[in-house]
Design a binder for this molecule. Structure first.
Ligand SMILES: C[S@@+](CC[C@H](N)C(=O)[O-])C[C@H]1O[C@@H](n2cnc3c(N)ncnc32)[C@H](O)[C@@H]1O
Length: 351
């Protein structure tokens, strides 16, 4: 199995992504004779083996269905077992373009963490480039190394269990780019500088806090890096939905009502007559009182019209009235993922 090339059919031992819904997926290594429970019922691995990637497969007893997807770095990022905080595709996309990675590039990364970024870096530099990734936590380094091997990436990635700050990267003049996701990245900048090619290169440091960014920017400048830039990447997604809207018939009905209610509002001279007829002598402020009465009538009628329109609109929305059109439109997704961190980029120019 490889995350790089795509094959058409699932084979025994492949890692596949079982798609149950956009926010519900399951990474699965398929083995003859095994069964996996999903929330849509049981799935026999034998049902998956031999199928084309992308197939829709019914679960046992026809309780539901799943799709079987080919793994990609993006799908792995949202399905991997978390051993640390990880980087997500929004940041990863910007990192790869800003570091100017391409097939053949050599990249140094620290720390490896859960290997989320490493998968995308490896794909970007394949088939002739290389990723050297450094992780000082023994268990994490060993697990990442095994995963890269299982995912067919071991010829592209070398994992070293090493403290990138104390011991450095042990390499000089080899890297086109360095990526740091460390608690104190400023302490690793001199090693990063040594690892970059003598022709120069790009660096990126990911930090959740602005205080870390400040220290990193100061040290980047002190180490002779240029073009120091910090970005925060926020993702805004949109949903496509079908909505119902009232059609103009509603407007004519509202106009009819307006006409009726206009007739029911008295004019000021009628209102004066009404007061004079009912009053018992003092007619000094008849016009003022008449005006107030007419205004009160108008408010009453306006309220009636508003309630009529609201009632009509809710009937249209609830489908109890045929006077509506349906249309496809986009609405902003409910959740906008918040801050994960800042990406600080810089360039090392060498004379
Ligand atoms: C936040 S995680 C990296 C996550 C990774 N970018 C990903 O996408 O999965 C940071 C990792 O750096 C490692 N680390 C911290 N300090 C280190 C150091 N001085 N040398 C090497 N690794 C270090 C930690 O053990 C941790 O696994």
């Amino acid at each position: 199995m490889s995350f790089l090339g795509y094959k058409s059919n699932v084979e025994e031992g492949d890692l596949v992504i079982i798609f149950l819904g956009h926010d519900s997926m399951l990474p699965l290594t398929v083995r003859q004779g095994e069964t996996t429970q999903t929330r849509f019922g049981a799935l026999r691995h034998s049902q998956v083996i031999g199928k084309q990637y992308g197939s829709k497969i019914e679960t046992l007893g026809g309780k539901g269905f799943v799709y079987v997807l080919h793994p990609t770095p993006e799908l792995w990022t949202v399905n991997l077992p978390h051993r640390t905080q990880i980087l997500y595709s929004t940041d990863i996309g910007v990192i790869i373009s800003q570091l100017e990675l391409k097939p053949g590039s050599v990249v140094v990364e620290s720390g490896t963490g859960s290997g989320s970024l490493s998968h995308s870096l490896a794909r970007a530099v394949a088939p002739s480039g290389h990723l050297y990734t450094f992780e000082f936590h023994e268990q994490r380094a060993a697990t990442a190394e095994k995963e890269f091997k299982d995912h067919g990436l071991s010829n592209l990635i070398t994992v070293q269990c090493k403290d990138a700050i104390q011991d450095g990267f042990g390499m000089t003049d080899v890297a086109d780019a360095v990526f740091l996701d460390l608690p104190s990245p400023w302490s690793a900048l001199r090693h990063a500088k040594a690892a970059l090619k003598s022709a120069g290169g790009r660096i990126c440091s990911f930090s959740p806090c602005i205080e870390q960014v400040q220290k990193t920017c100061l040290e980047l400048t002190a180490q002779g890096f240029d073009e120091v830039t910090t970005l925060e990447c926020l993702l805004r997604s949109y949903d496509v939905r079908t909505i119902s809207l009232p059609i103009p018939k509603l407007g004519f009905e509202a106009e009819d009502l307006q006409e009726k209610s206009d007739k029911s509002v008295r004019n000021i001279s009628d209102a004066c007559d009404d007061i004079k007829e009912s009053d018992n002598g003092d007619n000094s402020n008849v016009e003022e009182v008449a005006e107030q009465n007419v205004v009160k009538d108008i408010h009453k009628e306006t309220g009636k019209k508003r309630r009529f329109n609201e009632d009509k609109f809710s009937k249209v929305q609830s489908g109890s009235n045929k006077s509506c059109v349906t249309m496809r439109c986009t609405t902003q997704g409910k959740e906008m993922p918040g801050h994960t961190g800042y990406l600080t980029f810089a360039t090392l120019f060498r004379k």
